[in-house]
Design a protein around this ligand. Structure first.
Ligand code: NAP
Ligand code: GDD
Length: 348
């Protein structure tokens, strides 16, 4: 049974990757952060008591800020594959917390690579490493962006990810580590964090539809993104680690739409006129913007045999339908006289 160690297992991608690897027969070890409230919602449906003979997913407390902890987990788990998905992944928040973001997304990757180098060197074990890099690294480089496009990061998040990208390449060249970078364009899903723009839109529009919310406040509607579904992207991660040689791959659909077009599609599915509900709030503008991301994933298509299955219409449909169901449940509770706390956060 192959064993995978996943940082960021509680995140959107971590949950889909775990589901996929379990179906492939892997034993999964995930690193979770200690929090004062439960933060395992996305993987609760996969959890079995570790005492159960059927259990194949195990969780370990750890943090990318804590090198010794990462080393301990690595020794304990002895994985065949390591997927580094943990990150402070919100671009706008990275302007508010640049040092923390760089510590986790940049130095955190280095801590993990160093732990792996020591572990492999000392024990003679081999393992394969995947780094979840980002199209944000291209920043202001014009589309279409491929593996050959120069990086021009436009946020602390993107700069930290560029650092991680180069470290992964360096460890591959210097220590012969099977270490690969994904350059992942935006991918979304029903499980997307609520403060990323797609989910913010589907959540608000469905709540508006059911009379639970009046307005949706957004920032820049003109930026264009290449949006795919997270399920497709975790498949590309796995395929990357199954190659004979380590390499770096752009993962993208090749199609880009503006935030405005995404809004239009979501409200149209709900038979609402978005102009009546959407307002611009300057607090959601970023100090600098990444205007246009559209990926050229031909290398992944040819070498990994990967192509996305979900296009924009299906993505919108599944996100809207899922949030509409959540809004219906909220409506029923409200109508029955229960006070339902709205979980939202200001500033991003
Ligand atoms: P996400 O939903 O924000 O999940 C991030 C994960 O990282 C969560 O499990 C989070 O734990 C964990 N984490 C955060 N800080 C940590 C720390 N200090 N130590 C350990 N774990 C920590 O992100 P995602 O959308 O799944 O993305 C996965 C990875 O792909 C990230 O590295 C992201 O930067 C990268 N990426 C994503 C996209 C995209 O469009 N989704 C595109 C390109 C690259 P908690 O649950 O406790 O917060
Ligand atoms: N979050 C957010 N909230 N974004 C908004 C809003 C808003 O109210 N209004 C407009 N936008 C615009 C942002 O300015 C940006 O141009 C675009 O919507 C997408 O924003 P996000 O959904 O926050 O994603 P992102 O593109 O900045 O970053 C995501 O994709 C990267 C890959 O390109 C994240 O998942 C990153 O972790 C990932 O690396």
């Amino acid at each position: 049974m192959r064993r995978a160690l996943i940082t960021g297992i509680t995140g959107q991608d971590g949950s889909y990757l775990t589901e996929m690897l379990l179906t492939k027969g892997y034993e999964i070890h995930g690193i979770i952060r200690r929090a004062s409230t439960f933060n395992t919602d996305r993987i609760d449906h996969l959890y079995l008591d570790p005492h159960s003979p059927e259990a194949r997913m195990f969780l370990h407390y750890g943090d990318l800020s804590d090198g010794p902890g990462l080393r301990r987990i690595l020794e304990e788990v002895q994985p065949d594959e390591v997927y580094n998905l943990a990150a402070q992944s919100h671009v706008a928040v990275s302007f508010m917390q640049p040092e923390y973001t760089t510590d986790i997304d940049g130095l955190g990757t280095l801590r993990l690579l160093e732990a792996i180098r020591d572990y492999c060197g000392r024990t003679g074990h081999d393992l394969r490493f995947y780094q979840a890099g980002t199209s944000e690294m291209f920043g202001s480089s014009p589309p279409p962006q491929s593996e050959a496009t120069p990086f021009h990061p436009r946020s602390p998040y993107a700069a930290a990810k560029v650092m991680a990208h180069h470290l992964v390449r360096n460890y591959r060249e210097a220590y012969d580590l099977f270490a690969c970078n994904g350059i992942l364009f935006n991918h979304e899903s029903e499980r997307r964090g609520e403060t990323f723009v797609t989910r913010k839109i589907t959540r608000a529009a469905t709540r508006i539809k059911l009379g639970l919310q009046d307005k949706l406040y957004l920032g820049n509607l003109d930026s264009r993104r290449d949006w795919g579904h997270a399920k497709d992207y975790v498949e590309a991660m796995w395929l990357t680690l199954q190659r004979d040689q380590p390499d770096d791959y752009v993962v993208a659909t090749g199609e880009a739409y503006s935030v405005r077009e995404f809004v239009e599609r979501v409200f149209a599915r709900l038979e609402l006129d978005w102009h009546e509900y959407v307002e611009i709030d300057p607090r959601y503008f970023r100090p600098v913007e990444v205007e246009h991301l559209r990926g050229d994933a031909r290398k992944a298509r040819h070498e990994l045999g990967w192509k996305p299955k979900v296009g924009i219409d299906e993505l919108v449909a599944c996100m809207v339908d899922s949030d509409l169901e959540l809004a219906r449940q909220e409506r029923i509770l409200k109508d029955a006289g229960h006070s339902v706390a709205y979980r939202g956060i200001a500033g991003d």
